[in-house]
Design a protein around this ligand. Sequence first.
Ligand code: NAD
Length: 498
Amino acid sequence: MVRAVYAPFFFIQAGEIQMSGQKKIINPSNGEVLAQLQLFSTQEAQRSIALARKAFDQGPWPRLSLAERKNFILKISQGILDKAGELAELESKNTGKPIKESTFMDIPSGAKAFEFIANNFENYLSEEAPELEAQAEARLLREPLGVVALIVPWNYPLLIACWKAASALAAGNTVILKPSSLTPLTALELEKIIHNSGVPDGVFSVINASGEAVGELLCSDKRIDMISFTGSNEVGRKIMEYSSRNVKKLIMELGGKSASIILSDADIETAVNGSLCSIFLNQGQMCTAMSRIFVQDKIYDKFLNDFVAKAKKIRLGDSLDHETQMGPLISEAQRKRVIDFVESAKKEGAVLICGGKAPEEAKFKNGFFFEPTVFANVLSGSRLFREEVFGPIAIINKFTSPEEAIELVNDSDFALAATIWTKDTKKAEELSGMLNAGTVWINTYGMFYNELPFGGFKQSGFGKELGKEGFLEYTRLKNIIIDKSDDGKPLVNYWYGG
Ligand code: NAD
């Protein structure tokens, strides 16, 4: 189980950022303290960076054969599966996500990410060099980048860490993982699993510290070659600024204000059920949450009625209860943020159809619960329409023509994902081409495949996770050019040397 440390507060030395101290890890279902962890001191973080650098520059990891690395990656996958039940419980206790979600999605998908990469990275690494002029030959080499820092959010703490770590490690990098200080528990378990798989020292470590304390240090340290970040735009901008100081490779998986289009020929029941999932799964704390649902006028009333009737029946409860369909939000601060959006939406003229408040029953009083919420007639200039809530608030607005729907979806600074519900899949494919979104789901929601690259456009960030493209993000491409002429006439006619 989780290591709980009760060390005294660390005293800062001159010139240091204060980063150590005790951090209480809270169960958002009931407000109870799950663990009390000692945060990293600056020296400890520096030591982790130094060890990761040394393990890359001098250690065996980047120099192992692909088959040897594959074995380690498979062992990590199995290590996650061996502890799946324990990890699911820990993830649900720490994040508030229903145990069904962590048991059937987060944890097995995390293990699968390692297994998939283990079985495919060798193919992904092979590069064929183009043919050049006679006598010239080239090779293209895919190499690891070096030390990679993974900075991850609290909504899918283990899963996002696994997506990134699987590719980063398989490519031969050494890795530092910085989880959100709200949800470090499964990251610390992952660290144990990876160490138990036998990877050499320094290859993988977790820095458990707040982002404010350690972010600048990690992102501006020359010994780190790449930052792979998933999180908010606000923090993403800071990371870009810090890492610009010595020009690091970046992946930025940022926020979203994703949208669904429900065309009038859609199967309404499937579209309603899928749309409920697309905004209330994980309490709406998903980057790909379909927080704007646009429904064609002919079916608008029916869709809205059915959606709201079902939203009201969603079972809120403790994250460990197998009957729970929606748990609490991650923190009281997050709930305040959601309430703030409700207030501003009302002021801006949106119509509250259901929810909009914390549930009143006594059993919810110590947790950070919030009711599934629906607003209609939300103006496109309003804050609710434009900004990411990261909570269970759905906008359900009306449109007349598919062209109007495309305009509404694209009217956003974000461009992460979109969904189209219709029986005319050919039409949906045509519309997909007009959508600003890194992923378009047609008649489905939330399907992530290890084979397929995932990532957004515009302010949803850049770079990909998963798939060949996601794996290659963690490599660098070197070309080698060879003069093979053996007739005394080199490829370059040098004018030096007489
Ligand atoms: P956040 O940006 O607050 O935190 C993310 C990580 O950054 C945490 O580990 C945090 O400790 C760290 N951090 C905080 N300040 C930092 C700093 N100054 N320097 C470096 N690191 C710092 O995000 P969050 O609240 O944990 O997660 C919610 C956000 O994540 C939402 O905006 C959501 O859309 C986004 N998200 C995006 C995707 C995607 O794939 N696009 C997936 C999941 C979540």
